[in-house]
Design a binder for this molecule. Structure first.
Ligand code: AMP
Ligand code: MG
Length: 410
């Protein structure tokens, strides 16, 4: 059995990013950029006004105040989008709007709030400094500068930035094609009646939702009954049509657990099996080289909470690296435990918790009700996973604890 950190290290070592492709701006949200974004133009492109106001020569307002406003002749108005190479002279001003090009002869823009118009003139009640309220050409970045590096996740501001540089399409990394294999004689699809001893197949739905949250919209799901033949058949089909196979159940040491031996028989190399975590001890990770391609397989446990916790803590970082992002475990922060917790040493316990704000303003994490690995409600209500350290046996209220904020989308 390996530690959680060792499992992450092995995943990072073996998982490679997939290929690149081009995507339209409309279709790339949630992907990772496959090339650096190099500025095709400076930002801002030209000197422009940060406010609605009046463009002036700064010296003209040296003595202006609310008691003694300075009167300037209004020569024109410049709207956003209008060209403006006009010259103003001392004693003159232009009315100007946010985003409009500031003529080089204007040294500053005074906010409209300090000005009033009268008979074709403008009265200004304050002084100004050269450059005030002018957004300078290239102050954010210059033409040719690298603005974003490959590997950054495409978020709404990344899409806006690409559009602001005039891109219609941009290179991104492909997302993995994923297939699911759920194992179990007891499984019935929701919507059908249950016979005695049967349960609904919830894992396929939870995993599909988890993949959707990462922008993987389609995944095929196979149900393998607990025989060697069926398990092998399903994995074969799943591996043919995907880059990544995620299975649930059948990976422990029960008499009907065929996942590991089946994958090995199909030629997969076992990278690890069993991690010192709870829930999720039997997690399997293997790699299959076939037809010049590398495929990855995560065999997750069957219990529904174990499936989703291990997906969050183990599979999600792997998908991120396959999809071109930097490998990283889910971010953790250090907070206080809000209740007494006990366990046996030997495994990290990912305790499902909610964050509470205490009276003194500190945040503490309280375990949710229903901590067993078959109790989905405890996970459904949680917004964090407390890392109850491997060798620790007890946590008292107020003790510091590392925790991961549950985030299905990142
Ligand atoms: P296993 O590891 O196959 O022994 O499964 C462990 C537990 O998870 C058993 O109680 C199974 O009934 C349950 N389980 C396995 N697969 C699923 C599934 N797809 N949906 C819901 N529960 C499952
Ligand atoms: Mg089973």
């Amino acid at each position: 059995m390996i530690t959680y950190e060792e499992a992450l290290r092995l995943i990072e070592k073996h998982v490679e990013p997939l290929g690149k492709c081009e995507a339209r701006l409309e279709d790339m949200f949630g992907a990772y950029l496959a090339e650096d974004v190099v500025a095709t133009m400076p930002s801002p492109q030209f000197d422009n006004s940060a406010v609605d106001g009046y463009g002036v020569r700064a010296n003209d307002l040296a003595a202006a105040s609310s008691e003694a406003p300075k009167e300037l002749k209004l020569v024109t108005a410049i709207a956003a989008g209008a060209p403006s190479d006009l010259q103003i002279e001392s004693g003159q001003a232009v009315k100007i709007f946010t985003g409009a090009r500031v003529p080089t002869s204007c040294q500053a823009v005074v906010m409209r709030e300090y000005c009033r118009e009268e008979n074709g003139n403008v009265l200004i009640e304050c002084t100004t400094q050269p450059g005030e309220n002018i957004r300078r050409q290239g102050e954010e970045y210059r033409k040719g500068e690298t603005v974003l590096h490959a590997g950054i996740k495409v978020t709404p501001p990344v899409v806006s930035l690409l559009a602001s540089l005039g891109h219609v399409r941009f290179p991104i990394f492909e997302k993995p094609r994923v297939a699911l294999v759920v194992t179990g004689d007891e499984l019935v699809e929701p919507g059908h009646p249950l016979k005695e001893g049967q349960i609904y197949n919830s894992n396929a739905y939870g995993l599909t939702a988890a993949l959707n949250a990462l922008g993987i919209k389609e995944c095929t799901s196979f149900i393998a009954r607990d025989t060697r033949e069926q398990t092998s058949e399903c994995f074969k089909k799943a591996l043919e049509q995907s880059d990544l196979v995620i299975s649930s159940g059948g990976v422990s040491v029960g008499d009907h657990d065929y996942v590991k031996e089946t994958l090995e028989a199909l030629g997969a190399k076992t990278i690890f099996w069993r991690i010192a975590i709870k829930p999720g001890k039997p997690v399997y990770f293997g790699v299959l080289e076939t037809g010049g391609k590398r495929k990855y397989i995560f065999g997750l446990p069957g219990n529904p909470v174990s499936v989703l916790v291990t997906f969050h803590q183990i599979v999600k970082p792997a998908i991120k690296k396959m999809a071109g992002g930097a490998f990283s475990a889910s971010r953790s922060v250090r907070l206080k435990t809000g209740a007494r917790l006990k366990k046996r040493p030997g495994r990290v316990d990912f305790v499902r918790g909610t964050l509470m704000r205490e009276e003194n303003g500190d945040s503490a994490a309280i375990p949710t009700r229903g901590q067993e690995s078959h109790m989905l409600s405890g996970l459904a209500k949680a917004d964090a996973l407390l890392h109850f350290a491997s060798e620790a046996e007890q946590l008292e209220p107020g003790d510091p604890v590392d925790l991961t904020l549950i985030n299905w989308a990142d």
